[in-house]
Every structure is written in structure tokens, then in C-alpha cells.
Design a protein around this ligand. Structure first.
Ligand code: UD1
Length: 359
């Protein structure tokens, strides 16, 4: 079996870590296409090194741009590669512009497409990710869902017969990395005292970064927190803050660059909790047993809300200061967690499911 994985953005490279490792133990041919959507070393190269993923077979070097220009450039560049490779499966990941470009190129060439992390829904049609995931699910042949809730969403849209719950590949990577961090006794280096209570924060979604007033309010809310906040600044956040003349390092907040995966896991494990708008980090907080406060009105990862592991607050600046502080630094829930994201063997389940559904 020959599978072409199409990736391009940071969270896809983490998922690729699990899938590439599962393929490494098989006789299948796994070809990797990197669109170049993310190109800064800390958003891209670092994951290939960290997870031991072989260098991409094709690197398209597309880079940043408006949705249409970026997605269109990817589509034009992926077309000839798929035409040449003629894989048994084209595997696309998550919900970025690289996902929809890969899926579209494949369906137009009548090549079978599998969508990893299918069936997630925010039901917020203003999010670019929601367009990407809905459209990808509806054109894919095989829907590799991470949870039962995702399978239900697909069934509700008439796609149930294409859906398989394989579990979440992020669990494979997160738990493996956690075990390595704990075994090594690794401590994070964040430019703050990590022996005292602190929070890990990220902010990068267009809904939060692209409105100057909202972005200023969110940074100020973090700056007013009663414990230090290590803000791992995605380049989009840094670019927008620079454009609007906003300082990221202020009050409780110390800004730093995005971390390699293992350092991120070490940071979350050492922290008291997480404040974020990232989908991946909400789940990593849950998997690592730290409470998360999500700066959004909704989440695709609804399982994290159970027992208060995750809490949604789109406008912390509109809460009373005492309520916001109490929420952000609340202790971890004591209720035991289930395994809504599977048992950490999702990478192998992806490979097995692709084999079973081979045309
Ligand atoms: C993309 C995904 C988002 C995902 C996120 C993970 C889409 C529509 N969005 O958002 O779903 O959660 O990746 O990180 O696909 N930039 C750099 N260096 C880079 C990449 C980006 O400086 O290596 C800056 C540029 O200013 C660029 C901006 O970030 O314009 C946005 O990058 P883009 O790839 O369009 O989207 P992300 O915000 O990264």
C-alpha cells in the first residue's frame, strides 16, 4: 500500500509523528508532502527532528498568504505530485488550508482520500478551520474520527458509513513524550521561575488575533493574572501585536517563542494550568492532567469540558477580575478521567483501517 500524507502546519506535524512511526514498522510506502504553510523552524523542522520523521519527500514552499492565494497555490503544487505518485490513499490531517488543498487535489484526480481527525465541529461557520473540516469530511472516502462524538457528527451529516473511530493520534505522541519527560526529570526553561505556580498560555486564532481591541483586551486579561504567565507566541500573534503596537510581555505575562513538543509537555506538566485558544493544547492539558481555560465561545473537544477540566471564556475582560483570576488558577478537578481519546494506539489503528478499506 502506498500512502501520501499531506501536512503543512504545526499541529499536523505532531499528528504525523504518530502516523509516521506507525508506518515505519510496516512494508507500506509512506510519502510525505509538506506544503510549507508553516516555515519557521520552531513551527516545522523541529518536529521532524524531535519525532524522527524522515525529511519530507516533497516540500512545496508555499508559505503564508490569504486563504484563497495560499490554498490555491497548494492545490496547483499538489496536483502534479499526486498525478505522479498515484497512491492507494491520500491522507490529510485536521483542519488547515493544507488539509482542504490536499483533499481537493485528490478527489479531482479520483484518488481515495482519508481524513484524519474527521468529524470535529465547532458549529461556528466564521472559523476558517470549520470550513476546512466540513468540506474535507464531505469529499473524503474514509473518515478517521478521533472520538465517538466526532462519529456522531458525521452520522448526523449522512457520513456515518464512511466513519471509523480510530482514537486520537495526539494521545500516542503526548503520552509517549510525557513518559520521556518524567523519566528524564526534565524541567522547562521559560524565562520565569517554574518552581513557583505559573500558567502556560498561547493565543493564535484569527478570531482572537485579528481584532485589535479584542487582542488588547485578551493580553491585558492575562497580564492581570495573579501568577506568572508564560505566553508562547505563535508568529501570527507576534505579527498582529507588532502591527497594532501591543506589547506581549507586560504585567504577569512573559512572552517566549513556540516550544518544541517535548519542552511544551515539560512546561504544561510543571504548570498549574493552561490558558489558550488552541485545540491541540486544550487536549494536551487534559491528557497531562492540568486545568485549561479556553479563550473561545466553543470547543470541538467537548470531552475536555467534563468535570471542569476545561472551561470556555471568550471575553475574560468582561468577567469580574476576582472571577477571572479564580477561574484561570483553579485547581485540577479530582474526578478521575475516562479515555475519550482512546488508548494511545491510534497511529497503528490508522494504518490498519487504511489497509482494511483499500480499494
Ligand atoms: C494555521 C491554521 C490553524 C492552526 C494553526 C496552527 C489555517 C486556516 N489555519 O493558522 O487552523 O490552528 O495553523 O499553528 O490553515 N507565520 C509565520 N511563520 C510561519 C507561519 C506563519 O510568521 O511559519 C505568520 C505569518 O504572519 C502568517 C500568519 O502567521 O501570515 C498566519 O499563518 P497561516 O499559516 O495563514 O495560519 P496560522 O495562523 O498559522
Amino acid at each position: 500500500m502506498k500512502v501520501v500524507s499531506i501536512v503543512g502546519a504545526r499541529p499536523q506535524l505532531v499528528k504525523l509523528g504518530a502516523v509516521a512511526q506507525a508506518f515505519a514498522g510496516t512494508a507500506h510506502r509512506h510519502v510525505v508532502v509538506h506544503t510549507g504553510q508553516h516555515y519557521d523552524p520552531e513551527l516545522s523542522d523541529v518536529f521532524f527532528t524531535e519525532f524522527g520523521i524522515p525529511a519530507p519527500d516533497f516540500h512545496l514552499g508555499i508559505g503564508s498568504g490569504g486563504h484563497g492565494a495560499q490554498t490555491g497555490a497548494m492545490l496547483a503544487a499538489i496536483d502534479p505530485i499526486l498525478e505522479q505518485e498515484q497512491p492507494d490513499w491520500v491522507l490529510v490531517y485536521g483542519d488547515t488550508n493544507s488539509t482542504i488543498a490536499g483533499a481537493l487535489s485528490a478527489v479531482k484526480q479520483h484518488l481515495p482520500v482519508a481524513h484524519l481527525e474527521a468529524g470535529l465541529r465547532s458549529f461556528n461557520r466564521r472559523m476558517p478551520e470549520e470550513h476546512n473540516r466540513v468540506l474535507t469530511d464531505h469529499c473524503a472516502d474514509l473518515l478517521l474520527a478521533p472520538t465517538e462524538a466526532a462519529v456522531h457528527h458525521l452520522a448526523a451529516e449522512g457520513l456515518g458509513d464512511r466513519a471509523v473511530n480510530v482514537g486520537d493520534v495526539m494521545v500516542d505522541v503526548c503520552h509517549r513524550t510525557r513518559d520521556a519527560v518524567l523519566a528524564a526529570g526534565q524541567r522547562p526553561e521559560l524565562g520565569i521561575d517554574t518552581d513557583a505556580p505559573f500558567l502556560v498560555a498561547t493565543l493564535h486564532r484569527a478570531e482572537n488575533t485579528d481584532d485589535p481591541e479584542l487582542l488588547a483586551a485578551l493580553i491585558e486579561s492575562m497580564a492581570n493574572l495573579p501568577v506568572p504567565v508564560a505566553l508562547l507566541a505563535h508568529p501570527r500573534l507576534q505579527a498582529k501585536a507588532d502591527q497594532y503596537g501591543l506589547k506581549l510581555t507586560q504585567g504577569a505575562v512573559t512572552a517566549a517563542k513556540p516550544l518544541p513538543y517535548r519542552e511544551l509537555v515539560a512546561a504544561v506538566l510543571a504548570s498549574q494550568g493552561v490558558v489558550t485558544d488552541s485545540g491541540g493544547l486544550q487536549k494536551e492539558a487534559y491528557l497531562l492532567g492540568r486545568p485549561c481555560t479556553t479563550l473561545r465561545t466553543e470547543t470541538e473537544w467537548v470531552e475536555t469540558l467534563e468535570d471542569g477540566w476545561n472551561a470556555l471564556v471568550a471575553r475574560p475582560d468582561r468577567l469580574a477580575a476576582a472571577d477571572w483570576h479564580a477561574l484561570a488558577v483553579r485547581p485540577a478537578p479530582t474526578a478521575p478521567q475516562g479515555q475519550p481519546y482512546g488508548d494511545g494506539h491510534a497511529g497503528a489503528a490508522v494504518v490498519a483501517t487504511l489497509e482494511q478499506h483499500l480499494r
